[in-house]
Design a protein around this ligand. Sequence first.
Ligand code: KIV
Ligand code: ZN
Length: 457
Amino acid sequence: MDRPRITIFDTTLRDGEQSPGCSMNVQEKLRLAQQLDRLGVDVIEAGFPIASDGDFEAVQSIAASLRRPIIAGLARACTGDVDRAWQALQGAARPRVHVFLATSDIHLKYKLRITREKCLEQARDAVRHAKSLCPDVEFSPEDATRTDVAFLCQVVEAAIAAGATTVNIPDTVGYSMPEEYGNLIRTLQERVAGIDKVTISTHCHNDLGLAVANSLAGVQAGARQVECAINGIGERAGNASLEEIVMAMRVRPDRYPYETAIAGEHLYPSSQMLAEITRVPVQPNKAIIGRNAFAHEAGIHQDGMLKNPLTYEIMTPQSVGVPDSRLVLGKHSGRHALALRCEQLGHQFERRELDEIYRRFVVLADRIKKVQDSHLLELIQDVASGNVSSSDVTGSKGKKFPPAAATLQFPRAVSAAAGANASDSHPAQVSGSAGQASVSIPFTDHHSEQEDYLWGV
Ligand code: KIV
Ligand code: ZN
């Protein structure tokens, strides 16, 4: 049976760009939008055209240059905003006007200073106006999860009657819990007339670290569009992370039997491009695309990985576009990983020699955290020449420790690099990128295509 298709609505260029330090100029936004197109997102929210001339121009140029995805422009629930958004979207093959208005009593009382009656009327009028210009209209009741449920149902029903084709339910302040958010989506489906004719969307913020969990709960409850951002960027703690949502569905279709059109191999390049443009780095342990997401340092883990990557990886790095797993040589590394690295550097040792190398390696690793090839080669030379151990003293002056870490490639990725390195006396120097050495070794590939998503297929 066909799995329901989930529309991926990317708001990196709008909500994401609103996060501190993440602003982008028009050229940068266009470049990222082209990458989002390659990634396969269904909807690109390109900006908030009334907010600034730069935002207007960005929406305009993205709308004019991308033909496949829907291009959305954000507007507050008033004529001026809607007109400006529509103007920016003129060149779009598939335009969408996204109208929002806060509905919670907190926002009505303190921010907008309007009554519920006025809010209802404003939402209805703005959606009706947007619909008179554009067939594809999305409506978002901002702060929906803190809105009185009966009133929320009333506003959503009015927006649908006025022509909204997508209703988005924002957890604007990241307050909701997954079960609660799922129940809210269910309640709307039960109580709102006409909701079966429109797409229900999730838009969850990450203030309690639950944006992805809430979005998935929303999908399980019947939402068919997810709003999210690359690297999870967005206001405050961010939006639901696109890569986490997509890969949760892909790795666990037993729990989330849904399809997206995302090309997994473009996830990591998209993340890298965003980090490069904004100069906001990705936290190393970020799921899916963080630099440690496929790194293994503990000896037991390294040993398992060398025997079969399925032991500690639930998806392949390649399935998300990460070049390969990184096996970092540090103080938790075991003899097995060290021996393999030595072998890759052209040195094979008897048990007793390896014991000595390992003893010195542990001392060194304890001091410098990540042991690089150059350190290891020096250490090997010391042992071979019977030196007391320069590795034991190296580091005190700090001059011998360049920044890159030694890395090992796991079995599956070896074949591609093998030819290039075969005749080189220091293979580690040949195929490395960005200071990270990668060396070929003749292992077989343990991952079959079917095993790409361990539990998933
Ligand atoms: O978080 C939010 O409520 C929003 C709306 C504009 C959709 O970003
Ligand atoms: Zn938001």
